[in-house]
Write a protein that binds this ligand. Structure first.
Ligand code: MEV
Length: 390
């Protein structure tokens, strides 16, 4: 969603705009100011003694499959939200195209014992999920892999609907495991975070810095140390949306890096220049995320983020997250291969110092520009400049 100049406004002014657009109401602002009570936190995890806060911002300019989004991102690192918004703006008016696979997760049962009829196991697993049929859940397939000796692993392919899937899969596996344990020694049963059946694919075309970005991408292809950082930049965006929407970002991380490592460790994005000279960026990554479930229900801020985002299901959320990952990657490669990332960081830092010095509205930009051009970012100098321009 385009919100020109949003970054220049105060928090209150930004909230006012979101209210005017009918995206958030007064009740939501209360949630934004005190999102999680100690009592709620205590019901979520063990041994609670406090609550960790993170800034929640929104990335602007995202258009995915023709629909506009304002994307909530929870992150402590400066520049990430600005970079995503800038890259999203630079691929307009087309924006991103995206598609998500069906929500199929894989569950595994490792055991020592005789082989079993996979179809029979599928039926038992499916029966264990009969109460969730109305949400589209069920076991669609089971496969066996022989591991040597009497050891084998069964892979359960499970449709988990709009859920992240770990709880659904693990509960089902435990029922099947109980059946199997009468004839075998069940070693363990657990969901796999390599959600390879549940990938998202995103694409966008940019018309600036094509050659430089392509060169930067090739560095990641050629060198694993660079590739890790390249993928980290992608996860900056993906994790921030996962956090904002109450999703298990460790599961998303595990899936992404295991997927990147299949055969050999590689970038999660790829780039090429098309016949029109545009830079095509593509991303493919597993995306096991959810718009329902206990973590979302218990976290008012996650519910609010999903409302702001306006996604109808987990597949649509996955596409948004993929688009943000690709945007952050393009932005990072573009900055690294041109002016470097520090200049942009310093510009944002200058704005922060200007605000801290008391600059308001238009003054912020003017003070920040002065600080940046002098290369001095002290609060004292910011105050002096503010006095001079006033
Ligand atoms: C920093 O959080 C992310 C980057 O290092 C990503 C990259 O190098 O591609 C800027």
């Amino acid at each position: 969603m385009r919100l020109p100049g949003f970054y220049k406004l105060s928090v209150e002014e930004r909230r006012k705009i979101l209210k005017e657009k009918g995206l958030l109401n007064e009740e939501d602002f209360k949630t934004l100011s005190s999102p999680l009570t100690l009592e709620k936190a205590d019901s979520l995890v063990e041994n609670v003694i406090g609550i960790l806060s993170l800034p929640l911002g929104v990335a602007t300019n995202f258009k995915i499959n023709g629909k506009e989004y304002l994307v909530p991102m929870a992150i402590e690192e400066p520049s990430v939200i600005a970079a995503a918004s800038r890259a999203a703006k630079e691929c307009l008016p087309e924006g991103f195209s995206a598609e998500a696979d069906k929500p199929i997760m894989i569950g595994q049962i490792f055991l020592e014992g005789p082989s079993f009829d996979c179809n029979k196991l599928r039926e038992i697993g499916d029966e264990a999920l009969s109460h969730l049929k109305k949400y589209g859940c069920g076991v669609v397939d089971v496969k066996e892999r022989y591991l040597g000796g009497e050891r084998r692993v069964f892979y359960f392919y499970v449709n988990v609907g709009n859920a992240q899937g770990a709880n659904i899969v693990n509960s089902m596996l435990e029922e099947v495991g109980a059946f199997l344990s009468s004839q075998s020694r069940v070693i363990m049963q657990i969901v796999s975070n390599l959600a390879i059946m549940r990938k998202v694919r995103v694409r966008a075309v940019w018309h600036s810095n094509q050659k430089q970005v392509l060169d930067a991408y090739r560095c990641a292809l050629a060198d694993i140390y660079r590739c890790a950082t390249h993928n980290k930049g992608i996860m900056n965006g993906i994790d921030a949306v996962a956090l904002a929407t109450g999703n298990d970002w460790r599961a998303v991380e595990a899936g992404a890096h295991a997927y990147a490592s299949l055969n050999y460790y590689k970038p999660l994005t790829s780039y090429y220049i098309n016949e029109e000279g545009g830079l095509v960026g593509e991303l493919e990554v597993p995306m096991a995320v959810s718009t329902v479930g206990p973590a979302v229900r218990a976290n008012p801020l996650a519910r609010l983020s999903l409302k702001l985002l306006g996604v109808k299901d987990a597949g649509e959320l996955a596409m948004v997250m993929g688009a943000v990952g690709l945007a952050n990657n393009y932005a990072a490669l573009s900055a690294l291969s041109t002016e470097g990332i520090q200049k942009g960081h310093l510009r944002l830092h200058a704005r922060r110092v200007a605000k801290e010095a008391g600059a308001q509205g238009e003054e912020i930009e003017r003070v920040a520009q002065n600080l940046a051009s002098e290369g001095v970012f002290s609060l004292e100098r910011a105050r002096q400049i503010l006095e001079e321009i006033r």
